[in-house]
Design a protein around this ligand. Sequence first.
Ligand code: LHQ
Length: 254
Amino acid sequence: TILYEVKNSTAWITLNRPDKLNAFNKAMHSDLLKALQDAENDKTVRAIVLTGAGRAFSAGQDLSEVDNSIDYSELLRNRYNPIIHKMANIGKPIIAAVNGTAAGAGFSLALAADFRLVSEKASFLNAFIHIGLVPDSGNTYYLPRIVGHSKALELMVLGEKVVAEEALRLGLATKVISPENWKSEVSMFAGRLASMPTKAIALIKEGLLKSWDSTLGEVLEGEAHAQGLAGTTSDHMEGVQAFLEKRKPLFNGD
Ligand code: LHQ
């Protein structure tokens, strides 16, 4: 259900149930979590791309596999939430390469990534309301933080499709890419991230996440702590050295 490949310091994780628009079944939850763990543990991996095979990114939960005999709370706790936690806690940049429709938990998955590169053919849909459900898998956390409370509520309640250009306007998309340049632009963006100071990126992810429920004092202390760590990396030394020598830095992620 998942394809996994490492190329140029980037782990490519592809949701691979194209005939079901990459809807999540049980195997896909555990395969995705495993792929994320593999990417986290592989020291050569310095960026992660999450994308979908075929014409969709992901249509969310496979609705042919659920009915009300299933405890939805447990399904979320056991299958979706560990994926969302893992994405937040991996100390490497995660790019959702949103190649097509991202609906329901597929939308949530894209929101949990650090960047969203969006194909001109792609769209986002908070589909939950159309089947009488509520947004899950971190959607209620990330969406208002990205687009603001009012727009988030609108998207959640009205459940209208957001097309690529609108996603860019809302700050949902880092960049919109034409289908012709899709693969090369995604690879280039991932390559750029993979050649950056990886440990600093990890500290930025951690600090930003904590900032939401911290006081100013806690944030200032968190920054001081993180800078203490960043200041001892060889990438910091290299950055300063390169600046003084008026050359481009060569970061190795250490
Ligand atoms: C699908 C699906 C799908 C199965 C398309 N499942 N087959 C958590 C906890 C507990 C319970 C429930 O869920 C959750 C989290 C969630 O994610 S809830 C939200 C689940 N997702 C949805 O409600 C989205 C349902 N899908 C759609 O609205 C549309 O398919 C979208 C807008 C994604 C795409 O529309 P189209 O491009 O027009 O494609 P299509 O509708 O024709 O779909 C193509 C095929 O894929 C079709 O099968 P078929 O055999 O007729 O070709 C669909 O049945 C199948 N498919 N989504 N989620």
